[in-house]
Ligand binder design. Structure first.
Ligand SMILES: C[S@@+](CC[C@H](N)C(=O)[O-])C[C@H]1O[C@@H](n2cnc3c(N)ncnc32)[C@H](O)[C@@H]1O
Length: 253
């Protein structure tokens, strides 16, 4: 069996989501600013939906939501979460590049690609193709919302092992979370992040789930140029070279 990226992490992904964002309503509320820009009867796509907290939170507000992800296991978890919350979310497995095969151009008022997803697009070419797909699916005036790691900071720190400084408790089980960063010499090279979640039990056994993920970092200014190239104009960016993450909102010209 071929295991695609995130198919293992999908099983334990809740240990990677912050306490504050775990409830779907709270995850959606973290985007209140941009959501207030949506017209009535809006259609929204979350194109790297992961375990579905954002999609289910949006559906809970009465928004028509489609959730897509490259990982079959993630799409399954999104469908399960929708069922649990009795939310109406259409969940579809699709890579970014495949999106135009599933949806007409100009379909959505807003597309989300959040939670450190875009760096998984393979280099400048893959990122360009992914953004092109997202742009096509937006109606004119519609908005793309991207969140990103500040790779300028991540690369400056070099290869390393980060072990979170506190246990994370989910489903009655504690886990130690560790990230191993493999920083390549050049920006454009393939980088790796290995994420391990080790569930510990007072009686001794440790259950480890880990996955090695490929990623291709980009500078903030490169992302802005990439967005421009696919017909998107940056409306707002929280980029700060000292902060770990930033959000870019770009609208379709
Ligand atoms: C770090 S997770 C973020 C999930 C979710 N957005 C969140 O904030 O919790 C990255 C997600 O991107 C998805 N992904 C990676 N490469 C992709 C691609 N080429 N097309 C679509 N989704 C992709 C992964 O399967 C994974 O679910």
């Amino acid at each position: 069996m071929v295991v695609t990226e995130y198919d293992v992490l999908a099983e334990v992904y809740e240990w990677l989501i912050s306490d504050a964002k775990l409830p779907p309503a709270e995850f959606a509320a973290s985007y209140d600013d941009v959501l207030s820009l949506l017209p009535p009867n809006a259609r929204v796509l979350d194109c790297s939906c992961g375990t579905g907290q954002l999609a289910v939170g949006l559906a809970g507000r009465g928004i028509e939501v489609v959730a897509t992800d490259a990982s079959e296991a993630m799409v399954r978890r999104t469908a399960e979460l929708s069922e649990e919350y009795e939310a109406s979310v259409r969940a579809v497995r699709a890579n970014w590049e495949e999106l135009p095969d599933h949806f007409e151009d100009d379909t959505f008022d807003m597309v989300f690609c959040v939670g450190n997803s875009l760096h998984h697009a393979a280099g400048a070419t893959g990122r360009g193709a992914a953004l092109e797909s997202m742009s096509r699916l937006l109606r004119p005036g519609g908005r793309l919302v991207i969140t990103s790691r500040t790779w300028e900071l991540v690369r400056a720190r070099g290869s390393r092992l980060d072990i979170w400084d506190r246990l994370v408790r989910r489903n009655g089980r504690d886990a130690v979370v560790a990230y191993r960063w493999e920083i390549a010499p050049q920006w454009e090279d393939e980088h790796h992040i290995e994420i391990a979640i080790a569930q510990v039990d007072a009686t001794g056994p440790v259950l480890v789930r880990s996955e090695l993920l490929s990623c291709w970092p980009y500078r903030h200014e490169v992302l802005e140029a990439d967005l421009h190239r696919v017909g998107l104009r940056t409306e707002a960016s929280t980029f700060d070279p000292e902060a770990e993450n930033y959000t870019v909102v770009a609208s379709k010209v």
